[in-house]
Design a protein around this ligand. Structure first.
Ligand code: OAD
Length: 228
């Protein structure tokens, strides 16, 4: 079976009603990264940080996967597929994808503030101050903050280096190391990029599909999967 690797960003979940980060109506227009998405912010004001991610979790739980998530899952009928996502939502899984690597964590789980390897499912949308991990430290959202390591990046790079077909959807390619993954995809691989506003891209030879994810991904999957 040919191997398809899909790298997704916030744009794939935009039509599910989840805000992107850097579009004009994006999350980073309303919040400073330094206030809510760094270890220093957590030290300074854990209540604010916890509330920020509680709101994100609430929005994710209320959202549904869209046609793009669902179409990507259909690729599994004929390909060995890995979805590498920068997103902290679980819409790929709920859309039916069986093999999803979360580079930046997933909001539906909590994480020990002492040991990032200790993660737990969360009941409902709210993670409260006072909820502790097994080591006795405060639980935080299982997300990677700016300034923290991205533990899955080496595994993701290895997967990209084995792609036969590579698909990029809905990412501005602003955040490293995730954005650097395109450089691990071999030169002779067929590459596609789907975005209504395609960002400048330094790795060669992408077929450009300038469209929203629901339209562009569905179109591409129809080309790749017989009978879809
Ligand atoms: P961005 O908000 O930076 O980029 C979103 C991309 O989605 C842009 O290229 C948009 O043009 C595109 N887009 C918007 N609507 C779309 C639609 N309907 N269909 C397809 N594409 C659409 O989001 P990311 O690149 O995912 O990290 O951001 C990367 C990381 O920055 C996030 O994982 C998060 C953030 O800070 C952390 O929190 C660590």
């Amino acid at each position: 079976m040919k191997k398809i690797v899909v790298l997704t960003g916030a744009g794939i979940s935009a039509e599910s009603g989840l805000q992107t980060f850097r579009d004009s109506d994006g999350l980073w227009e309303g919040y400073n990264i330094e206030d809510v998405a760094t270890p220093e912010a957590w030290q300074r004001d854990p209540v604010l940080v916890q509330d920020f991610y509680n709101m994100r979790r609430k929005a994710v739980l209320e959202a549904q996967p869209n046609a793009a998530h669902v179409a990507l899952a259909k690729l599994e009928q004929q390909y060995d597929v890995t979805v590498i996502t920068q997103n902290i939502d679980d819409l790929h899984e709920r859309g039916g994808s069986g093999n999803v690597l979360h580079l930046h964590g997933v909001i539906t789980r909590s994480q020990s503030s002492l040991n990032p390897n200790l993660t737990y499912p969360i009941n409902g949308w709210e993670l409260k101050i006072g909820e502790l991990c097994e080591l006795g430290s405060q639980l935080r959202a299982h997300v990677v903050w700016f300034g923290e390591a991205v533990p899955m990046i080496e595994e993701a790079a290895r997967i990209c280096s084995q792609a036969d077909i590579f698909i990029l959807v809905g990412t501005s390619l602003n955040v490293y190391p995730a954005a650097g993954l395109i450089h691990y995809v071999p030169n002779d691989v067929s590459k596609f990029i789907i975005d209504p506003k395609i960002p400048p891209i330094t790795a060669g030879n992408f077929t450009r599909i300038e469209a929203k994810a629901t339209e562009g991904v569905t179109l591409l999957v129809k080309e790749l999967v017989n009978g879809y």
